[in-house]
Design a protein around this ligand. Sequence first.
Ligand SMILES: *Cc1c(COP(=O)(O)O)cnc(C)c1O
Length: 374
Amino acid sequence: MADNVAPETDAPNTASDALAGLIRPNVERMQPYSSARDEFEGMAPVMLDANENSLGSVGPDDFSRYPDPHQRAIKADLAKLKGLTPENIFLGNGSDEAIDLLVRLTCVPGQDSIVVCPPTYGMYEVAANLNDVRVERLPLTPDFQLPADAAARLVQSTAKLLFLCSPNNPTGNLLAQEAIESILASFNGLVIVDEAYADFANAPSWTTRLAEFPRLVVLQTFSKAWGLAGLRLGVAYAAPVLIAYLNKIKPPYNISAATQQHALAALAAAPQLSELRAKLLRGRAFLAEHLPALPIVEHVFPSDANFLLVRFNVDATRVYDQLRARGIVVRNRTSQPGCAGCLRLTVGTDAENTRLLQALAEIGAKQPVEKARQ
Ligand SMILES: *Cc1c(COP(=O)(O)O)cnc(C)c1O
């Protein structure tokens, strides 16, 4: 029940005040869906309240019962791992669900806007477009940092949300902490820091600053460092008042029983995360060391993520096609602002990394002489 009571009633005034004018009036007014599992928690000997199939499931595993709509077990473990409370945690069907719900929670279609900082993750803009929400752009500098006057420009903004991605996709770098701090002080909307790649970065997570900033939302995911992209589990961390609103508007059973079971097993095995991360970081260092030696590589951008953005001194789309012809698929980012000539290379296994370097060396050897660097 706790997640579905009106968020304003039990929240400290300061936290509610920080959200003044940011929640859509129809969301304030609406009654959330009250599921069978809201109205009766736990198990009784006879459960005939949810139109489930008491006889069992078709297929090898029993999934006949609806899952916990509040995902209490996962939130308890995650709260311990992150030094937060379960009330700071929203779980989504991937971070993409959290992104969509944040737009729908705050932006009136046809009226409100969000701010994005290109080049960046494309889903912010897709979620805005789907909801008929205007997109304002605050482009990153050529070295992919926030412009020096970002905070000053955002003081005037009436946008409801600002999406910052740190480490940023597709560029790989962390955004400077001081720049984000000034924006948190100046912008009146929610500041969403997408930390999908934070586990690969050598910097504290913004989750450690939630108590200071009532309009800060931190997104993380099980898709990258945890290696569970197929599971679809994303997390939004924020002040309890804001999390309560996300819970109010989410589909009641948005995290499947299969996902909840797997996530619990993964959390119990959390020590494996650092091993996996250490291996990936060694792979990233290996690529970052050897890529610059290739004649077709112009620049390898510094990365705090599990990928490298690489600028080529030859037609990058041709390099992309020639990699594909050799059975290697990377991401072509040449059309992204500030990313002319760039491909995004995900760090793979040792064998995959070596194969990628060999393929790029071969492709370089076949380039017309006048186009190559030497
Ligand atoms: C991969 C990625 C995500 C993860 O999305 P999921 O829906 O959780 O898989 C979120 N943000 C960014 C910037 C990403 O690159």
